[in-house]
Write a protein that binds this ligand. Structure first.
Ligand SMILES: Nc1ncnc2c1ncn2[C@@H]1O[C@H](COP(=O)(O)OP(=O)(O)OP(=O)(O)O)[C@@H](O)[C@H]1O
Ligand SMILES: [Mg+2]
Length: 279
């Protein structure tokens, strides 16, 4: 008798991987930030949304789930930092600007993680969730790696996920990958709470009292049409702003370096929308 036949018998239904989900103690919401496409600004948006959620009064953690290309250590000025171990043998996240941070870059040499095989990656994700002292958090924001697949599936199978934010740049070539990401979230039953259009335009400062001019850096594709057809909501637009990149390079999210700027207020507005959607 084949094993498959016995697995399919009515007395032994095939296991539903999502039944093995267990909440992270103390963590109310897990929020994924992803896109499918690389380099569209997932980490930038995740980091600034996390700081914005914190400035709206929430307790926030930020998990860098990009094991092969961690960005968080550099973006938070924490390169080569190592984590303390609690008495119970768990990792204490790094605290920066009031956020609890976790990245593979705080645990192993970045170059070592680059040659990990799949099972080590899954183990690392599991440990990020269970072996870190996250404490009481309203939201754990997860910065996803590019691509559809493994990491999201692992996360969605292990913990209940409240929702996802999809980051996309305006052009159709990025939209194609964002659509795949939306499909992937649908498949693992993670609701897409909203879409952020990053690098939507470049604003030239006004000269002599004239209105500022918006330059379309990337060709405008059908992102808005897609959002409407799918019944998704657009959380907001983020301009291409060299100060955002410079600030990240210097180890400070723009919300920390320029909290009073319109850029920061834009992120806080998106955070307020998210808070309503998470309730
Ligand atoms: N709105 C923006 N204005 C200017 N620069 C930006 C903006 N958003 C992101 N960047 C810059 O673009 C680069 C890529 O951003 P980021 O690392 O956040 O993308 P990513 O999608 O996380 O990439 P990866 O797929 O490698 O994880 C970085 O140098 C970042 O500083
Ligand atoms: Mg990234």
């Amino acid at each position: 008798m084949s094993t498959n036949a016995s697995n399919n018998s009515p007395t032994r239904p095939s296991p539903n991987p999502f039944e093995r989900q267990a909440p992270i103690p103390g963590v109310k919401h897990v929020l994924l930030v992803g896109s499918g496409k690389g380099g569209v600004g997932k980490s930038t948006i995740a980091a600034n949304l996390a700081v914005a959620l914190k400035s709206e009064g929430l307790k926030v953690g930020l998990l860098d789930a990009d094991v092969y290309g961690p960005s968080l250590p550099r973006m938070f000025g924490a390169l080569n930092q190592r984590l303390a171990i609690s008495d119970a043998g768990k990792l204490q996240p790094l605290v920066r600007h009031g956020l609890c941070l976790m990245s593979i870059g705080f645990v192993v040499d970045e170059n070592k993680a680059l040659v990990w095989r799949g099972p080590m990656l899954f183990k690392a994700i599991e440990q990020f969730l269970r072996d870190v002292v996250w404490g009481e958090l309203d939201v754990l924001v997860v910065d996803l790696p590019p691509g559809t697949g493994d990491v999201v599936l692992t996360l969605a199978q292990k913990v209940p996920v409240s929702g996802a934010v999809v980051v996309c740049t305006p052009q159709n070539i990025a939209l194609v990958d964002a659509m795949k990401a939306v499909d992937m979230f649908d498949q693992v039953k993670v609701p897409v709470l909203g879409v952020v259009e990053n690098m939507a335009y470049l604003e030239q400062p006004s000269v002599g009292g004239a209105d500022p001019v918006r330059i379309q850096l990337f060709p405008k594709g059908n992102l808005d049409g897609y959002i409407e057809t799918k019944g998704l909501s657009k959380l907001g637009q983020v301009a291409f702003e060299p100060r955002i990149g410079l600030s990240s390079e210097a180890g400070l999210p723009i919300l920390v370096s320029e909290p009073e700027s319109p850029m920061a207020e834009n992120f806080r507005q998106m955070a307020r929308k998210l808070i309503l959607l998470l309730k």
